[in-house]
Design a protein around this ligand. Sequence first.
Ligand SMILES: Cc1ncc(COP(=O)(O)O)c(C=O)c1O
Length: 410
Amino acid sequence: MPTQTRTVRISERAQSLKPSATFAVTARVRELRAQGRDVIGFGAGEPDFDTPSAIKDAAINALRAGQTGYQPVPGPPETREVIAEKLNRENGIACGPGDIVINAGAKHTVYLVLQALVDPGREVIIPTPGWVSYRPMAELCGGVVREVPGAIDNDFKITPRQLEEAITPETAVVILNSPSNPCGTMYTPEEINALADVVATHEHVAIISDEIYEKLIYGGVEHCSIGAHPGVAERVITINGLSKAYAMTGWRLGYLCAPGDGGVVARAVSRLQGQMNSHATAFCYPAIVEAITNGGEAVEAMRREFGVRAELIHGLLTEMPGVICPRPTGAFYAFPDIGAWFGRTTPGGATIECAKTFTEALLEEAHVAVVPGDDFGDSARRHVRFSFACSTELIIEGCRRTRAWLEEIA
Ligand SMILES: Cc1ncc(COP(=O)(O)O)c(C=O)c1O
């Protein structure tokens, strides 16, 4: 008889997953604050603004009007029409409503696209430093991740040559993310087009272009959608969402645009979605329409504020001893190299072995929370991420504490 165990068995798949590093830091900050500690949080990957009220009203009105039942899996056609028009107008992506699938957040959308494109053993190219969730999501699909490191003196961007060398017959997809989380840097239109030229010559390779930070740019670099490049347009899946641009992280609204091959990718994602979570929350669709149609002014105010903070934090970080930090031009992150401090002892007696121990000691001793680079890829291990989704006063105080702490390190 087989031996009986007294606990349920957790699948290897679930056991292999670590909690998201960014959510883990946010949770620890909450815990410390609940204990009465005055912690300055540079951890959270979400705007510190509230959702503009007209967007809230659109959802409230829909809720009151009874828009509470099941919806078509990819979202109502009129909402997808508005998204398709936006992508044609703003991004130069030729598409129609049938190419759009709306879902509960860009994160789940990226995951479903990977599920649709990656068979076990096929390769997923991730330029690093790259967002913490790409690797686990690709691995959940059985994909083999090939990291391509972007050099710090090239603002962490990969070159066409590096991309060419990383592509193999087994490559399923390349994930691009500009503006970048965690780097806060952007590819120029010329650089995007040069990467597109490489993929254009490899017809079996798809591109996931995660453009969730496209509206938050302030460094003079123009945002460019690779889905507008004629050589690859049919193979690009553009990902976007409402979380970052409109301060709507908790609403869970994201979408994809996959215009190629008669909508084969959009249909595959819809099939997956239909068996998993069906669709986004019914009464939120009018909020998407309101945000895209009339949200420009609110976005502009937030964008300007992030630009001011980016300058401020970049100046303060680069003045710190042993810290190298490229200038952020998009999103709301700075990603300094703090590796010069490895091997040193903190005022509290801890040895800084890596970015993770640096982060833990900074939090415990100086009460400043940042995210260690480790989970953003091998090339990110000397780095920590500062999210500047907080007021200028907090940026000044948090950087003052960090600098004072660094100056006391032996
Ligand atoms: C690069 C990137 N893509 C996607 C997402 C997910 O956004 P959403 O809130 O729409 O799931 C995030 C959120 O942190 C992100 O940084």
